[in-house]
Write a protein that binds this ligand. Structure first.
Ligand code: FE2
Length: 456
């Protein structure tokens, strides 16, 4: 059996000793508070007929809402004691026999209420984990936030509204209904047309609104409404909605940060790719087309989203090492001398070094390093053979060859797509990984290669 600890303020009654109750006396409020904290008391008894006063009751109930206060008071003083925060009451003449029971009842009731309140508050907060954006899309976050607020506050409708920082659009997510059959809707509208949004059918009923944002970053608002005639929201629910508004803003800010990070990464990639293509007018768009071919092959080979993104980046930057090679060699119309060819071959390793120093993912660096290896082992820089060559690098080799053949170079005109494909087939199993060639052929046949890439 749990042994309850009880602080008695003032002289107090002399309760009958009981096994599951332990009493300690405090002569002042300060002493009582010290015992509540230091002894981890479960309840406090204030005897109004001895040293205790209603102020003592109010002070302790306010300072320690986690501990119930049981008041020993005559019948006529009981309503006032309750108003001051008493959780349990016992008459002085019944205190000796009945105090133990009053304390046990007050502690049990107090715990039940506290647990119910904690559950009501915590359940919606726990559900906030659903808000973590997996797809970098704020719509999913807003939809779930509206639903969490609706369910967590027992509302009939909830709306999460956020301003898109990049456009004059408001994103609106609405959840409505009270049972499992909750309808969710999502739309965007420009703020000037906000008045055109449908008026909520729960108009006139209780409404709560909280800011969706943190510190000085206000992203929007979170509103919940109950139908006309239903009970209003209580102060704890207002606080809960405020907390949802703060915590719900975090994943939205995360989405925005991710977008910004991607944007600045993309700017760096574009700048580097542009720098590579500056050498030669005929190279314009080469990296971008190559990257789209590589992604089409990678998709056929079952690359996941992250690997496809790495493939796109590696495709954009595969020849970044050419920045370090003289134009005299790169733009030479005739055949290269053996020394010049050796200099050109260094672009693969130089590119990998540049990308590694710039902090690009390891796969991107490895694939760029090996994009001139051949399936038969006669490539460079490491003369790797077959599956020893990283798969991404084998994909880049096929995409690179096709792009070069179909756009031509200063020393050779372009081939038609069919002719270039025939050439890839001829080198299937010699220069190129057979499965990468097959995947590209299938992707072309399936129309999975962007037309603008082919037409460029
Ligand atoms: Fe290259």
């Amino acid at each position: 059996m749990e042994r309850l600890r009880c602080v008695v303020v003032g002289a107090g009654p002399s309760p009958a000793p009981e096994e599951d109750l332990e009493y300690r006396s405090a002569s002042t409020n300060a002493e009582a508070e010290a015992l509540v904290v230091g002894w981890e008391a479960d309840a406090v008894v204030v005897d109004l007929s001895s040293a205790g006063s209603l102020d003592t009751v109010a002070d302790l109930a306010t300072a320690h809402p986690e501990v119930p206060v049981v008041v020993v008071a005559p019948l006529d003083a009981m309503p006032e004691a309750v108003r001051h925060g008493a959780c349990g009451l016992v008459r002085p003449e019944a205190a000796r026999a009945g105090l133990g029971r009053a304390v046990r009842d007050a502690v049990a009731r107090h715990r039940r209420v506290r647990e119910a309140l904690q559950r009501a508050v915590l359940r919606p907060l726990v559900r906030l984990r659903e808000l973590i954006p997996s797809d970098g899309n704020p719509e999913g976050v807003l939809r779930r936030l509206a639903e969490v607020a609706r369910a967590g506050l027992g509302a009939d409708r909830a709306a999460a509204v956020a301003l898109d920082p990049r456009a004059p659009d408001l994103a609106v997510a609405l959840a409505e209904g009270r049972s499992a059959a909750v309808r969710e809707r999502f739309w965007t509208l420009v703020p000037q047309r906000l008045a055109d949004a449908e008026p909520p059918p729960a108009q006139g009923g209780p409404v709560l609104t909280a800011t969706l944002g943190v510190a000085d970053q206000t992203l929007g608002a979170l509103t919940v409404a109950r139908a006309l005639g239903r009970r209003g929201f209580d102060p704890v629910q207002q606080e809960l909605l405020d907390v949802l508004g703060i915590l719900g803003a975090l994943p939205l800010l995360q989405v925005e940060l991710l977008r910004e990070l991607r944007r600045s990464n993309q700017n760096l990639i574009d700048a580097l790719a542009y720098a590579c293509e500056l050498h030669e007018a005929s190279l314009r768009g080469h990296s971008e087309r190559l990257a789209s071919y590589a992604v089409a092959i990678g998709r056929r080979l079952g690359f996941g989203d992250g690997a496809l993104e790495n493939l796109r980046v590696a495709g954009m930057l595969h020849d970044v090492g050419k920045i370090g090679i003289s134009d005299r060699i790169l733009l030479k119309p005739g055949p290269l001398t053996p020394e010049e060819y050796e200099a050109v071959k260094r672009h693969a390793a130089m590119g990998a070094e540049i990308l590694s120093a710039a902090g690009f993912p390891e796969d991107v660096v490895r694939w760029v390093l090996h994009h001139h290896e051949r399936w038969d082992g006669r490539g460079y820089p490491a003369s790797l053979r077959g599956e020893d060559i990283p798969l991404g690098a084998r994909v880049l080799a096929v995409a690179d060859a096709y792009e070069v053949m179909t756009t031509g170079r200063v020393y050779r005109g372009p081939l038609l797509p069919g002719q270039a494909l025939e050439e890839l087939e001829r080198e299937r199993g010699r220069q190129f990984d057979p499965q990468a060639v097959d995947a590209f052929r299938d992707a072309l046949a399936g129309g999975e290669v962007r037309r603008d890439s082919l037409d460029a």
